[in-house]
Design a protein around this ligand. Structure first.
Ligand code: SF4
Ligand code: F3S
Length: 106
């Protein structure tokens, strides 16, 4: 499965959702996640993310492993998103800021 990691937080560009053939993205207020049981590992979303925040679960950057479990957890409670929308208003400022997990609004 593929996983959304730290750099999506407070950016949420949503380019990823447009290309997913199985519509397995779920959206919170300032982050989104992939449902691990629905993702078919097509890899189409990975190059679409301007924030480079999508990885195969085997390739999640060191220190961001908690995001694997977090994607599974939040995909069960957040609503599905299938169409691109505007990014977060200050996405450009937050793009590249490390350790944003504490900022996730549930
Ligand atoms: Fe969707 Fe494919 Fe990305 Fe999985 S890898 S979330 S199926 S686009
Ligand atoms: Fe997030 Fe990248 Fe999608 S920033 S919303 S994973 S395009």
């Amino acid at each position: 499965t593929f996983v959304v990691v730290d750099n999506c937080v407070k950016c949420k560009y949503t380019d990823c959702v447009e290309v997913c053939p199985v519509d397995c993205f779920y959206e919170g207020p300032n982050f989104l996640v992939i449902h691990p049981d629905e993702c078919i590992d097509c890899a189409l979303c990975e190059p679409e993310c301007p924030a480079e925040a999508i990885f195969s679960e085997d390739e999640v950057p060191a220190g961001q492993e908690k995001y694997i479990e977090l994607n599974a957890e939040l995909a069960e409670v957040w609503p599905n998103i299938t169409e691109q929308k505007d990014p977060m208003p200050d996405a450009a400022e937050w793009d590249g800021v490390p350790d944003k997990m504490e900022h996730i609004i549930r």
